[in-house]
Design a protein around this ligand. Structure first.
Ligand code: PGA
Length: 260
């Protein structure tokens, strides 16, 4: 089993002082530990420097990630933040194609593909989200939907580019709802995604690709999800806003690795 990857997606939460406290609490909890689990924190852009300042230190236990970037390279796009800017701040990861961006900001697979290209050009690892709506699952179309998202946003990449990508499966009906996919549902989709990668890029790439689960992952269910063969970690929303919960999910990653 590969070491797990745990990514905290703060979304649009917390005023500055609370954000600062959260980072310090996480830092204190993880300090001096020999973690095998990799940890990425994705705060809102305005707090990025709080994370990059720590992430650049030699003994840091986490990396800095963004929640989004522009699909444009630079120029007159008021309010946008480019991949180049993120890279110049020391950001190493960036979430793309989150279902909230698809729903509220009209992001299509084509736009997501453009963002992925710009992130890779700037040496930032894209964490590419995919996942079906409840009605799509009920209609038995969930694998078809996810396949289309992956093919249209990722499969234009060369192998040398794709190997730097992380995929996050987030069933939309499980995000922020308290309703988690069962470990079996998560495993089924993760194995399916891995099979798509295998067909396109070969067995070694399929094995090496990190596929995270996201959607109401919490300290209670994290271990059962992480125990699944094809679940390489988690993309954590709500539970990443409390240091104790977030660190307990990291602990679940550590324990599962030790036991397997
Ligand atoms: P949640 O969010 O953990 O609050 O369900 C996950 C996500 O949207 O990345």
């Amino acid at each position: 089993m590969k070491p797990k990857l745990v990514v905290g997606n703060w979304k649009m939460n917390k005023p500055f002082d609370d954000a600062q406290d959260l980072i310090l609490d996480i830092q204190n909890n993880l300090k001096d530990r020999k973690l095998q689990t990799e940890v990425v924190l994705c705060p809102p852009f305005v707090y990025m420097e709080l994370i990059t300042d720590i992430a650049e230190e030699e003994d840091s236990q986490f990396y800095a990630g963004a929640q989004n970037c522009s699909e444009h390279e630079s120029g007159a796009y008021t309010g946008e933040v480019s991949a180049e800017m993120l890279a110049s701040m020391g950001v190493e990861f960036c979430i793309v194609g989150h279902s909230e961006r698809r729903k509220y900001f009209g992001e299509t697979n084509a736009v997501i593909a453009q963002k992925i290209d710009l992130l890779l050009k700037n040496d930032i690892v894209p964490i590419v989200c995919c996942g079906e709506l409840l009605e799509e699952r009920k209609a038995g179309k969930h694998t078809q939907v996810v396949q289309q998202q992956i093919e249209e946003s990722l499969f234009h990449l060369q192998a040398s580019e794709f190997e730097r990508v992380i995929i996050a499966y987030e069933p939309v009906w499980a995000i922020g709802t308290g309703e988690t996919a069962t470990p079996a549902q998560a495993e089924e989709m993760h194995a399916f995604i891995r099979s798509l990668v295998e067909k396109k890029y070969g067995t070694e790439m399929a094995y090496n690709t990190y596929i995270l689960y996201g959607g109401s992952c919490n300290p209670k269910n994290a271990a059962d999800l992480f125990m699944q063969e094809d679940v390489d970690g988690g993309l954590i929303g709500g539970a990443s806003l409390k240091a104790d919960d977030f660190c307990a999910i990291i602990d679940a990653g550590e324990n599962v690795l030790k036991e397997n």
